[in-house]
Design a protein around this ligand. Sequence first.
Ligand SMILES: Cc1cc2nc3c(=O)[nH]c(=O)nc-3n(C[C@H](O)[C@H](O)[C@H](O)COP(=O)(O)OP(=O)(O)OC[C@H]3O[C@@H](n4cnc5c(N)ncnc54)[C@H](O)[C@@H]3O)c2cc1C
Length: 253
Amino acid sequence: TSLPEDIQLAILRTIPGMKEVHIIRAGYGIEYDALVPAQLDATLQSKEIKGFFTAGQINGTSGYEEAAAQGILAGINAALFVKERGPLILKRSEAYIGVLIDDLITKGVREPYRILTSRAEYRLLLRQDNADLRLTETGRRLGLVSDERFRIYMEKVRQLKEGKAWLQKTKISPSSKVQEYLKAKGSAPLKGGVSLDEFLRRPEITFSDLMALAGDQDLSPEVGEVLEIENKYAGYLHRQESHVARMEKLENK
Ligand SMILES: Cc1cc2nc3c(=O)[nH]c(=O)nc-3n(C[C@H](O)[C@H](O)[C@H](O)COP(=O)(O)OP(=O)(O)OC[C@H]3O[C@@H](n4cnc5c(N)ncnc54)[C@H](O)[C@@H]3O)c2cc1C
């Protein structure tokens, strides 16, 4: 749509049945100016002009989430700056906001920047199911998480701890109920008792299967989702976590 109007018209007229077509309003490309984001620090403050924060499209991004993500971080940091408190910097391993800002300020932009999962090297750790686990305590420290929201979060943390212990210490045995259930699911029968932790590692077994077979736990589906993901992908997650730790050690050298 950035093509000249006469070219747009010529293209449209190649379409069968549209030989005589007229354009009432031609397509157009959106253009906008942007600052050089490499001139910002990780709080989105100008390195040159202290107390001047910018966020959104003006920093070379495109998109609603990109603008909102920077807006909240720049806003928080502007408030912290005024209050003479330490800055909020989110790491690449903590949040997509961290990836976005780090990319902007270290690499700059040549094209309008959009955040994509593929830009995050630690994307196995940056999941929807653990967003609250990653960021609620930071928000609480800054005074941005209400008592009610924090209570819900703490309850999730409690249930997760309880759920992890339950998976590790509870065994499931090859009772006829279990074997029939497995047969109906097309899963191999149990040869002996196994921990729920190990049982859940079967690809076809979900957390709700555990609840159906052995569940007397009061765990929310949300908590079940985290437990299931952390169980099934444990190997990959641990590898990524140790990579994060190694990189942090190098960065802090
Ligand atoms: C046609 C179109 C379709 C799009 N579709 C999508 C989409 O589907 N999904 C998506 O994620 N993104 C989409 N985008 C991109 C997205 O809309 C923008 O990247 C995003 O809204 C930018 O937000 P922002 O807050 O950085 O800037 P803006 O929303 O442009 O806000 C800047 C504000 O600053 C105000 N302003 C400017 N100068 C001054 C001044 N001197 N004093 C005071 N105020 C001033 C402006 O009036 C404006 O309100 C689309 C963009 C366009 C143009």
